[in-house]
Design a protein. Structure first.
Length: 563
């Protein structure tokens, strides 16, 4: 239902960020209300266990008070213990253990009571349903009705006796279960009755204090950039058990603003350097950097070519930019910071499909070496940039180093790894192949695009990096949707929270990319870098084809020539 409504929202012309936020609120409501911890926490047995834990702790506290304060008033406190001085240590240890073990059950008990008593002490808030819900005994009833097919006894009389015994045993279990649930509901009713009175007194005291609080002292932390409060009806997305119909509206109100809270918290940490880098992208030209950084004219080093990877291409281009001479440190640092901010989301998008795992590992290892030690595999990039070489010579050094690494491994392991799919090549080989192809592509365009000057080459690399980042981050919308709906039920709550955090941090990125024209690719194709490159190659070949070859007679005529 949520997916259907989100699809309808796409056609309504509503802003992208607003649509995503509304979708996140729906997914969060479902994820939170069906979380196993929340379901168990609001169950009647959990409430009863919390009350019993509190009762046990109170009993121990009362015994300690009698032991230390009123030592001479009771018979059991008189005389010497065989444990001598260690009795105090034993009592203290037990008290600490009980206290620590009571904290979590007591908190769950208080939250459940507060949840069950929204009207604070009124009769309606203390009503309790003593009906036995079906889910408490459903498994036992199903076992009761199942035949004894797993017992290898064929005599009818024996099978009937066993079947009758099974029914009686399960009836006893059903009765015990029903008794436990009934007693738990009684304990919950007593807890709600007494705590409702206390909470009602607290509410009256708070209201009395609010009357004497000046209006100008109330702070408004939302600020001018607070998101609008969406008052959409989310009650149909609240997943609840039988007998919890009265809690639907309360659960909806309690958790409506959770995504807004994470959105505001994440919005304070926008990736500024990434935004500045994305401003250089060229969507009107189809993100041309996707083909410029790796030319189709560069021959492969092996019979098969390794697939391109978003993250590996980014870190390889940034490595080359680091080696470009005569570039001020601020520009290099700004580029590295922007790429570092973007790689967080690029990795998430790549992990979304689970493909090209080795390429992603190669990118992580190369980037760690570049960022911390300014090295690309065995090449010192900082030393290379200070040797006084031209940009062409630096590109040739990087290309030759990568080619030597590739050929050396190919020579030593000709019958092993390179016989597999290129995506399964070792990490070092994938990194070398990427460096070789990108360096060779820049050398092919060296004269045509005036890469002789360091500033020209560095700026061209920045634009290519921006195009690659922008094209990859167009998948953020799909990533947020998948993150909300495909995780396991135990992880779904955390997954939706992470999606809301990502959306808050990348809100400006989403707005920026949504305003730019995108190619006609399906969502699955947009997540693959080579699909973008194939589309650009196809469009280029169509543009280069003469008009006479594209046109055909109307109607078409087919001739069969028989010799």
């Amino acid at each position: 239902m949520a997916q259907k409504e989100c699809s309808m929202a796409k056609e309504s012309g509503q802003p992208l960020v607003d649509k995503l936020r509304e979708a996140l609120m729906k997914y969060w409501m479902m994820a939170h209300t069906c979380s196993p911890q929340f379901v168990m926490g609001r169950s009647v047995t959990c409430t009863a266990s919390g009350a019993l834990c509190l009762l046990s702790a109170a009993t121990l506290a009362e015994a300690m008070v009698r032991f230390y304060v009123m030592r001479g008033s009771f018979e059991f406190c008189k005389g010497d213990s065989d444990y001598k001085w260690s009795i105090n240590l034993v009592l203290l240890t037990q008290a600490v253990a009980v206290g620590m073990g009571t904290i979590a059950p007591a908190m769950r008990w208080f939250l459940a009571i507060n949840f069950r008593c929204p009207t604070r002490g009124r009769k309606k808030g203390c009503d309790s349903n003593y009906k036995l819900e079906e889910y408490w005994i459903k498994a036992l009833v199903e076992m009761k009705e199942c035949p004894l097919s797993y017992i290898p006894i064929h005599h009818p009389q024996c099978r009937r006796i066993l079947h009758d015994a099974k029914i009686k045993l399960l009836n006893l279990c059903i009765g015990i279960q029903a008794g436990i649930v009934f007693m738990s509901k009684v304990i919950r009713f007593i807890s709600v009755y007494f705590m409702g009175t206390i909470l009602l007194c607290y509410d009256h005291g708070r209201d009395w204090l609010m009357k004497f609080t000046p209006n100008n002292s109330i702070r408004n932390d939302s600020g001018p950039e607070s998101p609008p409060n969406y008052k959409q009806d989310l009650s149909r997305f609240v997943l609840h058990l039988e007998g919890e119909d009265a809690l639907v509206d309360l659960m909806m109100k309690e958790n409506r603003d959770a995504t807004d809270y994470w959105w505001r918290k994440a919005k304070k940490r926008q990736p500024k350097h990434l935004m500045e880098l994305l401003e250089l992208s060229r969507p009107s030209e189809g993100f041309k950097g996707l083909t410029e950084f790796d030319s189709f004219k560069v021959p492969p080093l092996d019979t098969e070519e390794a697939p391109n990877c978003w993250s590996l291409s980014l870190v390889t281009l940034t490595s080359i930019a680091f080696a470009v001479p005569n570039i001020d440190g601020y520009s290099v640092k700004h580029l590295i910071t922007g790429v570092n901010e973007g790689l967080v989301y690029v990795r998430s998008i790549e992990h979304m499909h689970g493909k090209l795992v080795n390429n992603g590992k190669a990118a992580d290892i190369v980037w760690l070496s570049v960022e911390l030690y300014h090295r690309w595999l065995n090449v010192d990039l900082r030393k290379l940039s200070l040797q006084g070489k031209s940009t062409k010579e630096i590109l040739e050094v990087l290309s030759d180093s990568a080619k030597n690494i590739f050929m050396e491994f190919k020579k030593n392991n000709a019958n092993l790894c390179l016989m597999d799919s290129p995506s399964k090549w070792p990490i070092k080989v994938l990194a070398a192949n990427s460096m070789y192809r990108i360096s060779q592509s820049l050398l092919l365009d060296y004269k045509d695009k005036n890469y002789e000057t360091s500033e020209r080459l560095f700026e061209a690399i920045r634009v290519m990096v921006s195009d690659i980042l922008a094209a990859c981050l167009t998948n953020l919308q799909c990533f947020i949707s998948i993150k909300c709906s495909t995780s396991a039920i135990e992880e779904r709550e955390e997954s939706v929270r992470h999606a809301a955090h990502v959306m808050g941090k990348t809100e400006k990125v989403l707005k920026l990319l949504h305003q730019k024209s995108l190619p006609g690719l399906t969502p699955d194709q947009m997540a693959v870098m080579d699909e973008w490159r194939s589309l650009y190659k196809l469009n280029s070949s169509l543009c280069d084809t003469p008009h006479s070859e594209l046109s055909s007679p109307t109607p078409r005529e087919v001739y069969l020539i028989i010799d």
